[in-house]
Design a protein around this ligand. Structure first.
Ligand code: PEP
Ligand code: MG
Length: 588
């Protein structure tokens, strides 16, 4: 049954338009209890066939997932899917499901649920911790088969077509695992424009919205078609032909503009009165380096190393990290590569491989705090790998979530110790790392004049700076309306940071999401930021914005914006300048 046409307003977090059928997502660790319907004896055979079809599909999906992860991670980490594959065909488990269908006349869903709960309970009762964990593997595999049972119902829809994911939430690690050849975009309940799931969506060029009504995923089926508008946040369920055509045209126009702007990649990103702004790329996974090079970026302004640590059972060691950093540096030639030390915490990597659970993770032992306090081993391994990688290119290192000067002094001390250690071991390394801090706490921005003499650069992380200044959880869609980077308090913190940098002759970048927002670019340029770092796909638009305005106008606008009382007024001033200079980039 498909739903009638309906439009839902959600929150746009990753631009683009997706048109396609629904793939309902469920958290695989939650195996929901189905209704215990009974079968008629004559239905047993077709129900067994349905179960076997779902089993086959699950086998195929897990094998694909394993291969994809093998290509990206070491094989040990992909082995988790090997174990799941064995469970799909486990004789006792499968036998129990078949018996439930054949003898107890349960539907495949209910028989599967019963068998999974039975075996999970057996494992959970075991003394050995490793075996106890296998209980959740059983539930995980059963939940996958359960999802595929509803797919197996639906014969008219090819299972290999690309779909729009609709679900309650997607974690950054789940998003990183999405197969882009199968996914058109996603719509989830939780999140915001600056949560890491949204950041990954932009980097993967997947249109995405958050803040959908909680009941939406359950009300949709694989037969429903959606238009997902990642520019406005609209979702249209089962659109009529005219609406669909209008959206196809909109998507085509956006694509054509993008292709046109991409042709300008060799042009210098300088204002009409000759001020150059460096445009760098944010990188989440090392494989995206080719995309960075094609974008015309002047280097990597932020490599979020947490993604190297994600979806694996073992922390990457020094040699593995050295290899990754070296490859990035070699591929980037003389362009700078800014590697950020591990920023675990908040909505990223809360696995107990790294840290204990916290009530309030965004205010917890996050970023540099974790490395300096509980996990010195992680920080030292990473810094050793970076000191060694530095000889292969133009490496810069920056520290996340800094809030006091002591943290920088502590890292400098550790660097001295590690340098001496590498000397003793006879391992080649750079004698000095170019070291910067992220300005992403109000404390760091307010004390920028105290930090500046100690570091080589600042990189303003507006995603967190807005979160911590406005006191809003950046992944909470309910307070997303308060996420306003043009709020005068934020502009004032940026102004202070730039001023402190200027006085100490160091440079300042902005690497938060706002760097890619063309409507805000005049303010960042006018406030005196030297570099903007963003997902590669945003570079063409931002280049056009910069090339069409003068520094004089940008400075004037920024000064006026600083005097505004609220975010909307400041944004309106900035947008008005873009509308005058480059209206085409606002028309999508
Ligand atoms: C930021 O906070 O703006 C930033 C770039 O870091 P992340 O989004 O990874 O927290
Ligand atoms: Mg941050």
């Amino acid at each position: 049954m498909t739903q009638p046409t309906q439009t839902i307003q959600a929150i746009a977090v990753s631009p683009g338009i997706a048109i396609g059928r629904v793939l309902r997502l469920r958290s695989h660790s939650h195996l929901l209890e189905p209704e215990p319907h009974k079968l008629e004896p004559g239905e047993v055979e077709s129900e067994l066939n349905r179960f076997h079809a779902a089993q086959e599909l699950t086998r195929k999906q897990l094998a694909e997932l394993r291969e994809r992860l093998r290509a990206r991670l070491n094989s040990q980490d992909a082995d988790i899917f090997e174990a799941h594959l064995l469970l799909v065909d486990d004789k006792m488990f499968v036998g129990a499901v078949e018996k439930g269908i054949r003898e107890d006349l349960y539907t495949a869903d209910y028989a599967l649920y019963q068998a999974a709960e039975h075996f999970a309970a057996v494992f959970n009762g075991m003394e050995d911790e490793y075996l106890r964990e296998r209980g959740s593997d059983i539930r995980d595999v059963a939940a996958r088969i359960m999802d595929n049972l509803s797919e197996a119902h639906n014969h008219e829809i090819g299972l290999d077509d690309r779909r729009i994911i609709v679900g309650s939430s997607l974690s950054p690690s789940e998003t990183a695992q999405l197969d882009q050849s199968k996914v058109l975009g996603f719509a989830v309940e939780t999140g915001s424009a600056t949560c890491h799931t949204a950041i990954l969506a932009r980097s993967m060029k997947l249109p995405a919205v958050v803040g959908i009504p909680p009941e939406l995923p359950e009300s949709l089926s694989a037969a429903d078609k959606l238009i997902l508008d990642g520019y406005t946040g609209k979702i249209i369920i089962n659109p009529d032909a005219r609406t669909e055509e209008a959206y196809r045209l909109k998507a085509e126009a956006a694509g054509a503009l993008y292709n046109k702007l991409e042709q300008d990649k060799a042009l210098r990103p300088e204002t009409t009165d000759g001020f150059m702004i460096q445009l760098a790329a944010n990188l989440d996974t090392p494989e995206k380096i080719d995309e960075v090079r094609q974008s015309g970026a002047c280097g990597i302004g932020l490599f979020r190393t947490e993604y190297l640590f994600m979806n694996r059972l073992k922390v990457p060691d020094e040699e593995e990290q050295l290899d990754v950093y070296k490859n990035l540096l070699v591929a980037s030639g003389e362009h700078p590569v800014i590697v950020r030390t591990l920023d675990v915490g908040g909505d990223k990597l809360n696995s107990n491989l790294y840290r204990a659970a916290e009530q309030n993770p965004f205010l917890g032992l996050r970023g540099i705090r974790l490395g300096l306090h509980e996990r010195r081993d992680l920080l030292e391994t990473q810094l050793r790998a970076l000191l060694r990688a530095g000889i292969y290119g133009n490496l810069r290192v920056m520290l996340p979530m800094v809030s006091s000067v002591q943290e920088v002094q502590d890292v400098r001390e550790i660097l001295d110790q590690l340098t001496a250690q590498l000397d003793r071991e006879g391992k080649e390394h750079v004698s000095r790392l170019s070291l910067g801090v992220m300005i992403e706490t109000p404390a760091a921005a307010l004390l920028a004049d105290r930090f500046a003499p100690l570091v080589d650069f600042f990189s303003i992380g507006t995603n967190d700076l807005v979160q911590y200044t406005m006191a809003i959880d950046r992944s909470n869609e309910r307070v997303a309306y308060l996420y306003r980077p043009t709020h005068p308090a934020i502009l004032e913190l940026i102004r202070r940071t730039v001023e402190a940098a200027r006085q100490n002759n160091i440079w300042v970048s902005v690497c938060g999401q706002v760097a890619a927002e063309v409507r805000v670019v005049p303010l960042l340029v006018g406030l005196g930021v030297h570099e903007l770092s963003m997902p590669p796909a945003s570079i063409p638009m931002v280049r056009r914005a910069i090339r069409s305005m003068s520094m004089h106008e940008a400075e004037k606008t920024a000064l006026e914006a600083l005097r505004c009382s609220n975010a909307s007024d400041a944004l309106a001033l900035s947008e008005a300048l873009v509308r005058r200079c480059a209206p085409e980039i606002l028309n999508i």
